[in-house]
Design a protein around this ligand. Structure first.
Ligand SMILES: [Ca+2]
Ligand SMILES: [Ca+2]
Length: 223
């Protein structure tokens, strides 16, 4: 019995782990644009939500005009769109996105993220959720996005990119998580994505603990 209990704890520990995707520091066309420079993106989930933390290379309480985008391809290009609802000058390099999240952090006291999805013929603004700016002084932007709002479920793998951009005109993605090199040469040039990253929505600790208990119960029944 003790062995099974330890296994359940080990599974629970594994399921709680977050995944961090690192990016190059300094891969932006202007070294002064530290608030555009993505250092890493960390993701984790539970049964209800996907949690995303962007780590940016600047104090974002001091320089907060940046916009931050997340593009999600749910199904490996089986559906989706190559353009984006904010008209940003971004080439997805062949990726078709099913979900677009556009966010801003310069609105006090609250900042927002718009969740858009492809409805088959155009982008649809589905919902707007708050953005947690409590750690922006150390460059962190935090999102809690319901799995339902993204159209993904436990066990699903989706593909994604994260970009920084400006707010005026139709600027490019200044930094793309999908690229370790510069994504664009300047404000007036199209940015080009690299290879999208992948995240698998893991079963939750609670789910695994229940599975473990099921194993224990089955063992008891057999005896
Ligand atoms: Ca970067
Ligand atoms: Ca990059």
């Amino acid at each position: 019995m003790k062995v099974v209990a330890m296994a359940v704890l080990a599974l629970a520990g594994a399921a709680q782990a977050s995944v961090t995707f690192n990016d190059t520091v300094g891969d932006v066309f202007d070294s002064g644009l530290t608030n555009m420079d993505i250092r890493s993106v960390t993701m984790s989930n539970d049964a209800a939500n996907l949690y995303i933390t962007l780590q940016i290379n600047a104090n974002l309480a001091a320089t907060n005009w940046g916009k931050y985008l997340i593009m999600i391809d749910r199904n490996g290009n089986a559906s989706g769109r190559g353009d984006n609802p904010w008209g940003r000058n971004i080439n997805t390099n062949g990726r078709l996105n099913d979900v677009y999240i556009g966010s801003w952090i310069d609105q006090e006291p609250d900042s927002f993220a718009q969740i858009w999805s492809d409805n088959g013929s155009n982008w649809n603004l589905d919902s707007t959720v708050g953005v947690d700016r409590s750690m922006t002084a150390i460059g962190e932007i935090k999102y809690t996005l319901s799995l339902a709002s993204l159209g993904v479920g436990l066990g699903d793998t989706f593909y994604f990119d994260v970009m920084s951009t400006g707010g005026v005109g139709n600027p490019p993605g200044v930094d793309h998580l999908s690229r370790s090199t510069q994504a664009t040469g300047g404000w007036g040039e199209t940015s080009v994505a690299g290879d999208y990253l992948a995240y698998t929505v893991v079963p939750t600790p609670g789910t695994l603990a229940l599975l473990g208990l099921g194993v224990v119960a089955a063992g008891r029944r057999r005896r």
